[in-house]
Ligand binder design. Structure first.
Ligand SMILES: Cc1cc2nc3c(=O)[nH]c(=O)nc-3n(C[C@H](O)[C@H](O)[C@H](O)COP(=O)(O)OP(=O)(O)OC[C@H]3O[C@@H](n4cnc5c(N)ncnc54)[C@H](O)[C@@H]3O)c2cc1C
Length: 323
């Protein structure tokens, strides 16, 4: 059986790696890309998927929530958060897929013609046949467009890399002026710090607050909803192309990898992908969606400050750890 995967980020590369032993898998990636990202990922994914620990730039055993100049430490019950550089992390995952037998081709998905995929490779149109097509081409998925599926609901984020602000631990800023409807953040990244917020105004305020002068770039991030279509006949979507980013925390790397695992398992065992994904994640995503709504109200300050209490910290960490 021929499986064609569009997009070689964490979702597509993982799906390719897990399917390549049993099927004829081709992975299409448009470019070598250092995706704008905090690069924060649950550490145990490295053990679970036998990933090389040398990809980890920083290990974090705590993070900080900041609100009205109060800084609340949240211990993570061990070195549970890893920070990776996406340029290296994504390339590594694609390489692992190749080791399992997947064919990696650098080209750009252009559309579907007569149930075949059109890929542009070195300015030439090449036609690919498939039995199964997997869309892992991110939040702006061209494959969704080609199939006339509704776009992924999303929000803009502004992001930059700076050497002007240093932090040892990940920081999350909840003041509305800094984080808009969600939150702003600063993550250590080697010699640099990656910073981000949602709208441009909040990002500018964040820069003033951190005393940083930097020009941001805007990128979209999915805002998950339960009704997003993740399968149409023999075409499946995974990761950002399926909107599978955790509400409120905006954690996407872990869920891209885990959702790819669920999809691979469904293809191998002829299971229903939506049902299996729901079994594993629907409850958690719905709960976080509710907490995200609370975060958008006047209750935000109360909730953040409540994290000074031990049992609230424990509840949040339990929620994030998912175990
Ligand atoms: C500013 C920002 C910060 C973030 N920080 C974090 C964080 O700290 N931790 C976290 O867990 N998540 C974070 N996320 C979310 C995370 O980046 C995504 O959820 C994650 O990358 C999803 O992986 P994916 O493989 O589904 O999609 P992507 O990583 O977007 O990969 C899709 C791939 O498909 C390729 N592609 C796209 N179109 C085509 C085409 N037409 N043909 C061929 N290839 C194509 C792209 O080049 C890309 O490599 C952040 C997102 C943003 C925007």
């Amino acid at each position: 059986m021929k499986i064609l995967i569009i997009g070689g980020g964490p979702a597509g590369a993982t799906a390719a790696r897990l399917l390549a032993k049993e099927f004829d898998v081709t992975l299409i990636q448009d470019r070598v890309w250092d995706k704008p990202c905090g690069g924060g990922v649950k550490k145990w994914i490295f053990d679970e998927f036998s990933l090389d620990n040398s990809l980890i730039l920083h290990l974090q055993d705590r993070v900080f929530m900041v609100y009205k100049n109060e800084k609340i430490e949240i211990p993570l019950k061990g070195d549970n958060l890893a920070i990776v550089r996406r340029l290296d992390f994504d390339a590594y995952l694609r390489n692992e897929a190749q080791k399992e037998g997947a064919k990696l081709i650098y080209g750009k998905f252009k559309g579907i013609e007569n149930k075949k995929a059109v890929i542009e490779i070195n300015k030439e149109k090449v036609i690919f046949e498939y039995d199964i097509l997997i869309g892992a081409d991110g939040v702006n998925s061209n494959l969704r467009k080609a199939l006339n599926l509704p776009p992924i609901p999303k929000t803009i984020t502004h992001y930059a890399r700076t050497a002007e602000y240093k932090t040892k631990y990940c920081e999350f800023f909840f003041d509305k002026e800094l984080g808009g409807e969600y939150y702003a953040w600063a993550f250590p990244h080697g010699d640099l710090t990656h910073i981000g917020s949602v709208d441009k105004n909040s990002f500018d305020n964040l820069c003033k607050y951190l005393n940083v002068k930097v020009k941001p770039k805007g990128y979209f991030i999915p805002t998950w909803q339960e009704d997003i279509i993740i399968q149409k006949e023999n075409v499946f979507f995974v990761g950002d192309a399926a909107g599978q980013v955790m509400p409120l925390s905006f954690e996407g790397i872990y869920y891209a990898i885990k959702s790819a695992e669920i999809l691979a398992n469904c293809i191998k065992n002829n299971l229903n992908y939506q049902e299996e994904w729901n079994k594993r994640f629907l409850k958690d995503f719905n709960l976080m969606k509710k907490l995200e709504s609370i975060n958008k109200t006047f209750l935000r300050g109360l909730v953040v400050r409540a994290h000074k209490l031990e049992f609230v910290k424990n509840f949040s960490i339990h929620l994030w750890l998912g175990k």
